[in-house]
Design a binder for this molecule. Structure first.
Ligand SMILES: Nc1ncnc2c1ncn2[C@@H]1O[C@H](COP(=O)(O)OP(=O)(O)OP(=O)(O)O)[C@@H](O)[C@H]1O
Ligand SMILES: [Mg+2]
Length: 364
């Protein structure tokens, strides 16, 4: 037995109190991060630059030695296992392809290292190249490929060895917006087809929300929240998560009362928003989190309901319009569908109401 702690053995990949303190640095780059993902899951490590994503990924890969904590895969403690003895496929941000080799030799590399028989190598390389839709370019030099094609070679090279874990460090950051979108779908579909448990590093919230089964949001080395995309977006655990993942109106030290089966959320100096449900921790010291699309603004002269505020800005995004409305001390962001109804004029008075069934509260 490698570990007596049943907690670290559940889940396919389990990291427990994982910590890295680099030499001569005052604080830990990764500070007691614990999480578990199930077999076949796609985990996104999400957070701003410097929060410790790459360090975490490289510890899982075996490229960086943890200061403390443990990593288990399928119940086996691999914390001290050297990198070449781990079953890992990795894609780096700059792809790190071998420029002097053609596509199929790049992909075959890991299999050759493992002394797989030649005929089997040829077959597996062809299969995986077909999977990433590069079968027709097998003999091309990788230096004569587009960015997206190089990306696909890097994916193929990582997965051809059937690794236990597929690790990717910001693999889409060098691609233009359109290609990035296409590759998101492609990576996810390949990953699903192979059923391969994956960890994907990104600082892009949309990438994490659209691709991942589970998201770990990190800030300054600390795991702020671990959960499904809807946990993270709809029920953020901390102020940091609420603001990093999507836009949020945060109303501090909010008072909540009830009336006629509804909850009245006080917006200081402006009045109340009325909603049927609340979630999270609605204590008097907590913070109400309301996404811009969960608010509605109309001209105050058309609407007896709602809290009054001055329209400070109106920004047109094609399908939506975003307003900033000063209500008491809070400058509320309100996002409305651009459905043809007249835009509220900057300087006019608006009536703001809740356009959601539920307001989530974050503990102070
Ligand atoms: N070799 C090192 N020696 C000392 N400090 C390091 C080293 N590598 C990284 N760090 C520090 O550790 C912290 C986490 O770095 P890391 O590369 O894991 O962040 P990241 O989340 O991947 O950021 P980015 O999005 O910019 O890639 C940063 O403060 C960084 O400066
Ligand atoms: Mg990084």
């Amino acid at each position: 037995m490698t570990s007596a702690n049943p907690d670290t053995r559940a889940g396919y990949l389990s990291i427990s109190a994982l910590t890295k303190k680099y030499k001569n640095t005052p604080v830990a780059a990764v500070d007691r991060v614990s999480l578990k993902v199930d077999e076949g899951d796609f985990l996104a490590l999400l957070g701003p630059s410097g929060c410790g994503k790459t360090t975490t990924l490289r510890m899982i890969a075996g490229l960086i030695e943890p200061t403390s904590g443990s990593i288990h895969v399928q119940g086996k403690d691999i914390t001290k296992t050297p990198v070449h003895k781990r079953s890992i496929g990795m894609v780096f941000q700059n792809y790190a392809l071998f420029p002097h080799l053609d596509v199929k030799s790049n992909v075959a590399y890991g299999l050759k290292m493992r002394h797989v028989p030649k005929t089997e190598i040829a077959l597996r390389v062809q299969n995986v190249l077909d999977l990433v839709r590069l079968g027709h370019l097998a003999d091309r030099r990788v230096t004569a490929l587009s960015g997206g094609q190089q990306q696909r070679v890097a994916l193929a090279r990582a997965i051809v060895v059937n690794p236990q874990l597929f690790l990717m460090d910001e693999p889409l950051s060098n691609l233009d917006a359109k290609l990035r979108d296409a590759m998101r779908t492609e990576i996810r579909s390949i990953q699903r087809k192979m059923g391969i448990t994956s960890v994907f590093v990104t600082h892009d919230q949309d990438e994490a929300l659209t691709m991942a089964d589970k998201i770990a949001v990190m800030s300054e080395g600390v795991l702020e929240q671990f959960g499904t995309p809807s946990d993270i977006f709809e029920r953020p655990a901390t102020r940091f998560v609420a603001e990093f993942v999507g836009q949020a109106n945060l109303i501090d030290r909010v008072r909540v009362s009830s009336s006629a089966g509804r909850h009245l959320i006080e917006v200081p100096g402006a009045g109340h928003l009325s909603v049927p449900r609340i979630s999270g921790e609605p204590a008097g010291t907590s913070t109400a989190m309301i996404r811009p699309h969960q608010l509605k603004a109309r001209s105050a002269s058309d609407s007896p309901d709602g809290i009054r505020g001055d329209v400070r800005s109106a920004t047109y995004f094609g399908d939506t319009i975003q307003y900033e409305i000063q209500t008491g001390q809070n400058l509320l962001k309100v996002q409305m569908r651009a459905d043809g109804s007249p835009t509220l004029a900057v300087g006019s008075v608006a009536a703001v109401t809740a356009a959601t069934d539920n307001v989530h509260f974050i503990a102070a």
